[in-house]
Design a protein around this ligand. Structure first.
Ligand SMILES: Nc1ncnc2c1ncn2[C@@H]1O[C@H](COP(=O)(O)OP(=O)(O)OP(=O)(O)O)[C@@H](O)[C@H]1O
Length: 261
């Protein structure tokens, strides 16, 4: 089956270079420095990058290149030292903590390597939790469609310990998809999974992008995982070092080799 209630279709326009896709999230001149003086580390050193609406983008690069830092500032989990972050038309930089918390809750979904499910709650309650906390009512048809598409219909009364790693991650994806966020950030979503469960999770993320127009930005070390994306953004030493459209495992491996990753 397919996802039954698509989100808003992706808006396309035309610029001088051909079709222009709307940006879901973007960084402009972003710098992030940890520490001060001699011990200062420039984790991001002037990053300009845009992530298209309705696209699946992977962020890759050698260890220490700034992937996690970039994801954290894009998601409003950390502040920048300079530059601007935009979520659609909303500037995140300069927002106070209360506004950022509300924006993350209402407009951003997260999928983490460690699943981050609440052990005492069953799958259904875990999936609904962010919306329950936000006092929002999930769309029943959308909920059913997500649960069915992720193969969780028979697992809703199970607690996380009663689920496999792949099933737990599918619960985390359902939780992220349910509020229809502007963007889902996935941080090494297959890092704790074997290759079969990992492939299932990636196919489902891929399908949510293709079939419902969900925007997904994923940080990964795994060239196979990155090959599920529409585009790979390469980071090296805190700067954008290139990008690959329609990546394959081989093209990603090749690019990483050139970066010394
Ligand atoms: N809280 C922090 N305090 C000081 N330095 C930090 C902090 N977080 C990250 N860094 C440094 O910033 C740089 C970028 O780190 P970041 O974690 O973003 O890289 P990464 O590409 O995600 O690495 P990995 O692939 O190993 O997870 C590194 O040099 C790291 O040591």
């Amino acid at each position: 089956m397919s996802w039954s209630t698509p989100t808003q279709p992706v808006q396309h326009g035309h610029g001088p270079g051909g079709p222009v896709r709307e940006s879901a999230v973007r960084a402009q001149g972003v710098r992030k420095t940890y520490g001060r003086g001699e011990s200062a580390v420039g984790a991001l050193r002037g990053v300009d990058v845009s992530f298209d609406k309705g696209a699946f983008t992977a962020i890759m690069g050698p260890s220490g290149s700034g992937k996690s830092t970039l994801m954290h500032v894009l998601a409003g989990l950390d502040t920048v030292s300079a530059g601007q972050i935009w979520l659609g038309d909303t500037e995140l930089t300069g927002m106070n903590d209360a506004k950022l918390t509300k924006l993350r809750r209402d407009r951003i979904g997260f999928v983490f390597q460690a699943f981050n499910l609440i052990p005492a709650l069953n799958a259904k309650a875990n999936i609904e939790l962010p919306m329950t906390l936000a006092r929002r009512t999930p769309d029943a048809q959308w909920y059913d469609s997500i649960v069915e598409r992720l193969g969780l219909t028979q697992r809703l009364t199970h607690r996380p310990t009663e689920l496999s790693g792949g099933q737990q991650q599918r619960v985390a994806i359902a939780r992220a998809l349910l509020p229809r966020p502007d963007v889902i950030f996935a941080d090494e979503p297959t890092g704790n999974l074997d290759s079969t469960a990992g492939a299932e999770v990636l196919s489902m993320l891929r399908a949510s992008v293709r079939e419902t127009g969900q925007t997904v930005v994923m940080v990964t070390h795994d060239p196979v995982a990155a090959s599920y994306a529409d585009r790979v953004v390469l980071l090296a030493d805190g700067q954008i070092a290139g990008e690959i459209h329609s990546p394959t495992t081989d093209s990603v491996l090749d690019a990483l080799r050139h970066l010394g990753g």
